[in-house]
Design a protein around this ligand. Structure first.
Ligand code: SAM
Length: 349
């Protein structure tokens, strides 16, 4: 990897250029067609229709989600045995930061773009500290999708996870995406990876299909290992209950799996309860957990439009994770802080 500070500078230059580039987003089909495609699809609820991750790619929630995901998997991969990795709500896999969708919400401005520009400023200071390990790994990952130093692409969880698969250990990636357009985009994006049988994609309900993935098949070393990312859009109220019920079920089916849940922090009783329920479930199963939260605070004009806070809950969290996340958040938290009310925390069992 080249010196990261110079790479950051290049990426920052690229941000301006990227945002000037022609609007484009891959694999979109007309809404009329999408609507027809939804009819008769099991597990589909009309409210899902309003959520498209491309609007949100690279936002502050993606930053903490993907940073935690990478740090967790890196730890698990210190052991030899192959891992079955399940992404129950995969999205489209790869996003253009200069595309129509991302520009509409411009959410990457309060996420990856802001992080890069803040780091760039800090790096220019004389007493600049080295970038913490987990943050560096996240930045390296984003950088690897933007080799020209132009921040044009943002990898979603499927592409991040694919980039981390170990061939020799035969890690496997299982992706579920129910939205017809996103599952189509995901399939065509993944097809370009030439990943063979290491990746499986299904247009199925991730909550339901997770059940058949656990316990995972034994790896070449005979051990059974699994990591699951559960990242629903929570457009439907029932998603909160499904996440908790799934985690409970997962712990019965495969108690030693590592389970990561992203959740929004919004004024809604179900959202408020979810991390508490996850904590209770983990404690009852006597499994170590970590709960990372980030609130970027109000807009500078005092409004709170858009998502301002979210969390990542990790069940069976690796023991080194809390310190790694804390170190990273000491940089990420202040870098992404907006107006009043910003905070971050790493709680653990
Ligand atoms: N995990 C992705 C990432 O980090 O790049 C982002 C996923 S996005 C937050 C949630 C996705 O879940 C959306 O693309 C949505 O279409 C999909 N989805 C919603 N309900 C689903 C379900 N029951 N099963 C599978 N996918 C679902």
């Amino acid at each position: 990897m080249p010196n990261f500070h110079s790479q950051l500078k290049a990426l920052r230059r690229g941000i301006t250029n990227a945002l000037r580039s022609p609007r484009f987003y891959t694999s979109q089909i007309g809404f009329g067609k999408v609507f027809k495609a939804f009819r008769g699809l099991r597990g589909y609820h009309p409210d899902m229709f309003s959520y498209r991750h491309a609007f949100h790619a690279g936002n502050h929630a993606d930053v903490i989600k993907h940073l935690t995901l990478i740090a967790t998997l890196q730890h698990l991969q210190q052991k030899e045995g192959g891992i079955t990795i399940v992404d129950t709500h995969a999205g489209a896999g790869l996003y253009r930061l200069d595309g129509d969708y991302s520009e509409t919400g411009g959410e990457a401005q309060d996420g990856i773009f802001k992080l890069l520009s803040q780091l760039d400023e800090t790096a220019a200071q004389k007493d600049a500290k080295p970038i913490p390990e987990a943050l560096q790994a996240y930045l390296d990952m984003i950088g690897s999708f933007n080799p020209n130093g132009q921040a044009k692409f943002y990898p979603g969880s499927p592409f991040i996870l694919h980039a981390m698969l170990r061939k020799d250990a035969r890690d496997k990636l299982r992706l579920f995406e129910l939205h017809p357009t996103d599952s189509k985009a995901l399939a065509s994006n993944v097809a370009q990876l030439d990943a063979g049988r290491s990746i499986m994609i299904a247009r199925e309900d991730g909550f339901e299909s997770l059940k058949k993935m656990l316990p995972p098949p034994p790896s070449a070393t005979g051990s059974k290992r699994a990591m699951v990312l559960m990242d629903p859009s929570y457009e439907i109220k029932s998603d909160y209950g499904k996440v908790a019920a799934n985690i409970q079920d997962c712990l019965k089916r495969f108690a030693t799996g590592t389970y990561l849940v992203w959740y929004p922090i919004i004024p809604r009783p179900e959202a408020h309860d979810l991390p508490k329920r996850l904590r209770t479930l983990s404690n009852q199963a006597q499994k170590p957990w970590i709960n990372l939260t980030l609130s970027i605070g109000r807009n500078t004009d005092g409004t709170t439009a858009g998502l301002a806070a979210s969390g990542m809950f990790v069940v069976n969290a690796p023991f080194t994770l809390k310190d790694k996340l804390r170190e990273a958040m000491e940089v990420v938290g202040p870098a992404l802080a907006r107006g009043t009310g910003h905070s971050w925390a790493v709680e653990h069992s």
